[in-house]
Design a protein around this ligand. Structure first.
Ligand code: FAD
Length: 294
């Protein structure tokens, strides 16, 4: 099959140099008149293919210097600025040491070129159900800091996604930062991505798992799923099967089955719903085993 990319439609581009300037430009934005872009790795192809409405103006965030960081906060957690590239998150010593699950997820995205250009904030703002960073972020109870001229609000990652390509963000809001609370930044974690090609492909199923144990019992277990529901999700029923129990093959199998039952995948050109459901079961079991072995 051949894909014919069209030319980009016509629009203006503005390049604010501060966050306040960007927020001022967005004030009163409605009906997609102004669209933000960071790396542009999602938005530009979608504009070319006329999948999104052509805006009057694109607002380029990349020139705002204070948003490109991965830094520790005071309580053992860390913060990812809106312009931190996927590559910088994947290679950050802070992320690798504290939350390898997120480094693995970022490292699984596309190619080096996309990782250098694209951002983790753009990955969640685009809100595709298969976004690779999302299952890890839901396991980590990430918090999204959203800014506008009306003020700044914190949104839990669990409330951030409202459907495929939909979030709670208003048209005048910018995701300024993603915060990872200290409480979860240390548990063993694994991200497994199933895709037909090893790179440059979206996940058919994405599974993130984190396990902590105390006195031989499973204390905190978190399972995040991508590409198997309208939004990235936590497999809460599967987690409940495991919590407080002593790990064993039968228990892991029961939890994996529960995860596959609470997923609500669709059939599409990448895979059938049935296949996705089966692979959730296989991959959740595999991810849990890997967590327990490390
Ligand atoms: C060849 C190719 C392969 C890919 N492979 C993968 C893959 O394996 N896994 C995967 O998950 N993704 C993949 N993607 C998708 C994409 O690269 C990622 O989603 C990337 O993280 C998007 O980041 P960006 O900065 O380029 O976003 P952009 O394209 O700049 O923006 C994406 C959306 O988010 C909005 N946005 C961006 N930043 C902000 C902000 N700070 N505040 C509010 N809104 C914002 C934009 O308005 C736009 O709607 C691929 C894309 C391509 C082209």
């Amino acid at each position: 099959m051949v894909t014919f990319y069209r030319r980009l439609p016509k629009f203006d581009v503005v390049t604010p140099r501060t966050l306040d300037e960007a927020l001022g430009l967005l004030k009163g934005n409605h009906d997609g008149e102004i669209r933000l872009f960071a790396g542009g790795t999602d938005l530009i192809p979608r504009l070319k293919e006329r999948i999104v409405k052509t805006p009057r103006c694109l607002l380029d965030l990349k020139r705002i210097p204070d948003l490109d960081y991965v830094r520790e906060d005071g309580d053992g957690g860390f913060r990812i600025g809106a312009l931190a590239s996927i590559a910088s998150v994947a290679s950050s010593p802070i992320v690798r040491e504290r939350c390898s699950i997120l480094a693995q997820a970022a490292g699984s995205i596309a190619s080096n070129q996309i990782q250098n250009r694209g951002t983790v904030a753009g990955n969640i703002c685009n809100a595709v159900p298969s976004a690779d960073s999302a299952p890890a972020l839901v396991c980590l109870d990430a918090v999204v800091l959203c800014a506008s001229t009306r003020g700044t609000r914190k949104v839990s990652i669990h409330e951030f996604f409202t459907g495929p390509y939909k979030t709670v963000l208003g048209e005048d809001e910018i995701v300024r930062e993603i915060q990872i609370p200290g409480a979860h930044a240390k548990a063993n974690g694994v991200y497994i991505k199933l895709s037909p090609r090893s790179r440059m492909d979206l996940a058919v199923v994405g599974v993130a798992a984190m396990v902590s144990q105390e006195k031989g019992l499973l204390k905190d277990v978190r399972i995040g799923l991508g590409a198997v529901a309208p939004t990235p999700m936590r497999a809460k029923k599967a987690e409940a099967v495991l919590k407080g129990e002593s790990s064993g093959d039968e228990l892991l199998a029961k939890a994996a089955k529960a995860a596959s039952e609470e997923a609500s995948p669709i059939d599409d050109h990448r895979a059938s719903a049935e296949y996705r459901r089966m692979m959730v079961e296989v991959l959740v079991k595999r991810a849990l085993r890997q967590c327990l072995a490390s």
